[in-house]
Design a protein around this ligand. Sequence first.
Ligand SMILES: Nc1ncnc2c1ncn2[C@@H]1O[C@H](COP(=O)(O)OP(=O)(O)OP(=O)(O)O)[C@@H](O)[C@H]1O
Ligand SMILES: [Mg+2]
Length: 259
Amino acid sequence: MSKRIDVKDLNVYYGDFRAVEGVTMNIEPKSVTAFIGPSGCGKSTFLRTLNRMHEVIPGARVEGEVLLDGDDLYGPGVDPVAVRTHVGMVFQRPNPFPTMSIRDNVLAGVRLNGRKLSKADSDSLVEQSLQGANLWNEVKDRLGKPGSGLSGGQQQRLCIARAIAVKPDVILMDEPCSALDPISTLAIEDLIEELKENYTVVIVTHNMQQAARVSDKTAFFNIAGTGKPGKLIEYADTTTIFNNPGQKSTEDYVSGRFG
Ligand SMILES: Nc1ncnc2c1ncn2[C@@H]1O[C@H](COP(=O)(O)OP(=O)(O)OP(=O)(O)O)[C@@H](O)[C@H]1O
Ligand SMILES: [Mg+2]
């Protein structure tokens, strides 16, 4: 079930270094939100705080609140592993388990959560997840073959199938198309469009056309200089960010005049 995310005054640190400063933002359910901004402005760092992946780095921590339908992900007693089942993540490089079969790759997250499924339930979950990732027709006759035997675009859709198999509320994607060719990129973009019917989707992208094509809202992050924290500069409807931004730096960035 798609859920809303409310971030309140979030600061994100690596040790003493504050990488992201004072982000407040509300992300609607059943929508696609794009994070854009120059390299190093903290997009990935901030994204990883939304499913408690940031803190796996030694010395990394956050201040502030991230609420998922009102529940603070950083509240006392909250299990980060449970958080990650509600908020799934897809990475820049497709990372299927290479020796595992396509079928087992889809089930990997579910098994990690300790869920035991009958053969029939596994079969239907595999089909449903691969259908949901628009990959079923391409792989249905070779589910027992290794995931590494797929093309890059297919591997990325396999990773999306793995993410949706655990039935999350939110799917985070960090530059999911940057390693893909234009055709596979369009396939993933179509898929993102479909995923928003059931999930809250957040995507980091350096591709302005992609942000304009797939997202409902866009958040522009920027950084004042090396060693300075990244900040959320402007967050609005994607059409506003691209056609009528409120800040000069947003306009410069989306029109390619940055730097
Ligand atoms: N593991 C880490 N330890 C220390 N500092 C880090 C770590 N990861 C990232 N940083 C720093 O945090 C800042 C933000 O990095 P981040 O990767 O979030 O930027 P980004 O906006 O995702 O950039 P890109 O567009 O290049 O992916 C940078 O200054 C980066 O050097
Ligand atoms: Mg990044």
